[in-house]
Design a protein around this ligand. Structure first.
Ligand SMILES: O=C(O)Cc1cc(O)ccc1O
Ligand SMILES: [Fe+2]
Length: 434
């Protein structure tokens, strides 16, 4: 598959249709007695057949061999990739933070380089998510991956990724994100690997699929606009030879040999598709009067739970923006939240933690754990001249969930764990003047 001139189809959850060879898509029906070019029709369902129409996601793939043609699976060891909450862990209800997660020096591809930092919920119960960091130094070549446990939201922090999927190729760089549906086979190449390894964050969402948030009184435009999402056009590999398919299923990894490339889809149509999105296209809204608004105005995608407004996961970004609020403490307020907050930083500085939170690091503020600006941010913002100010060259993000996140043993034992994190608030004085 050539990546010279990647082409995309615009939109989020619309009915895409694409063929790498003209005439490969059947017309007027999905499954003719013999499909054009003798391809095999295969249905990929991302929701139950009977999901309401506005939530229903499925695509028809027309391929040289159906996915069922596969060797036998055997267990595959990847101890870094954990699934669901480990409730045996007694964890003090304290704020936690990690310095940039260091590269170990060990050669690893995107799958082997995946390390779970925190997880909640239960993949079998289809609720919750894991937040992973990938540390990858080599491309996947004759190796592909598929996840039956959840969809993957990939947030590159360092290095570009070329993500070859069954449905075509996506290229993403830091500042962009990729959303890979549950069940779609993909592999990840590192086009910049000569310049060092690739690092980024992944949200593995076991729950309802990410979708665009409701806009309410904002109206019919704004935040992440659907047309800025890009799905790939159909593309398939022609090189002969086998593959290893690694599959995550039931919290375990498995591998099977395949005689053919799984990237053999010649055409597809439907509304279930991998997509990419450039956060530079996010139409950011903020206060033009006073007060710091709730960060829900920065929601890019939301995975709802069965309680309205109480997300399984909100993917929220803190992009470059103007601050103009009058008589206002402009950074985030001190707060305690019912929801649990996992944060990462792609580049720049985060205004609540200008010194201590670094790109490639992470923080965790679980339900009702108090947090807010560190002392440095508090003092700067309480005395600042409130002229219009551009927060520029910055991109932080949050995976916010109704379920408490449990760090993994790997994250707790990591040298990147910032054991002095709470000291950033220790100097805040009682300045009350009765
Ligand atoms: O805690 C954080 O840094 C994230 C956050 C940002 C914000 O602007 C308001 C609330 C909130 O939880
Ligand atoms: Fe917060």
């Amino acid at each position: 598959m050539s990546t010279d001139a990647l082409r995309y189809q615009s939109g989020f959850g619309n009915e895409y249709a694409t063929e790498a060879v003209a005439g490969a898509l059947p017309q007027g029906r999905n499954s003719p007695q013999r499909a054009p070019l003798d391809l095999y029709p295969e249905l990929l369902s991302g929701t139950a057949f009977t999901a309401p129409r506005h939530e229903n996601r499925r695509s028809w793939l027309y391929r040289r061999q159906p996915s069922v043609v596969s060797g036998r699976y055997e267990a595959y060891a990847q101890p870094g990739w954990q699934t669901g909450a480990d409730r045996s862990l007694a964890l003090a209800p304290e704020p936690m933070r990690w310095h940039p997660i260091p590269f170990s020096g060990a050669e690893a591809d995107f799958v082997d380089g995946m390390h779970t930092l925190v997880a909640n919920g239960d993949a079998e119960a289809q609720c919750g998510l894991a937040a992973h960091v990938y540390l990858a130094s080599k491309s996947m070549t004759r190796r592909a991956f598929v996840n039956a446990d959840g969809e993957l939201l990939v947030v590159p922090q360092q290095g570009r990724l070329v993500i070859t999927t069954e449905m075509g190729v996506l290229e993403v760089k830091p500042g962009e994100i990729a959303l890979l549906p549950r069940g779609v086979v993909f592999k990840v190449a590192l086009p910049d690997s000569g310049q060092g390894a690739a690092r980024g964050y992944v949200c593995e969402n076991y729950g309802a699929q990410f979708r665009l948030p409701e806009l309410g009184p904002i109206g019919s435009n704004g935040l992440a606009n659907p047309r800025d999402f890009q799905a790939p056009v159909a593309a398939f590999e022609t090189e002969a030879g086998g593959y290893e398919l690694v599959k995550k299923s039931g919290g375990r990894l498995w591998r099977a040999p395949m005689k053919q490339s799984p990237f053999n889809v010649v055409a597809w149509h439907g509304n279930l598709a991998p997509v990419k999105y450039d956060t530079a296209n996010f139409m950011t809204i903020g206060s033009i009067s006073f007060d710091h608004p709730d960060p829900s105005i920065f929601t890019v995608l939301t995975s709802p739970s069965d309680t309205p407004g109480t997300a399984n996961c909100d993917f929220v970004i803190f992009p470059p923006r103007w601050l103009v609020m009058e008589d206002t403490f402009r950074p985030p307020w001190y707060h305690r939240n019912l929801m649990s907050e996992f944060m990462g930083l792609v580049y720049g500085e985060y205004d609540a933690k200008p010194g201590g939170f670094k790109p490639g690091g992470a923080s965790l503020h679980n339900a009702m754990v108090p947090h807010g600006p560190d002392q440095e941010a508090f003092e700067k913002a309480s005395g600042a001249d409130l002229k219009p100010q551009k927060l520029d060259n910055t991109l932080a993000f949050m995976f916010e969930s109704r379920y408490r996140f449990i760090p993994t043993a790997w994250a707790l034992q990591s040298p990147a764990l910032d054991t002095d994190y709470a000291d950033c608030w220790a100097g805040l004085q009682d300045k009350f003047k009765p």
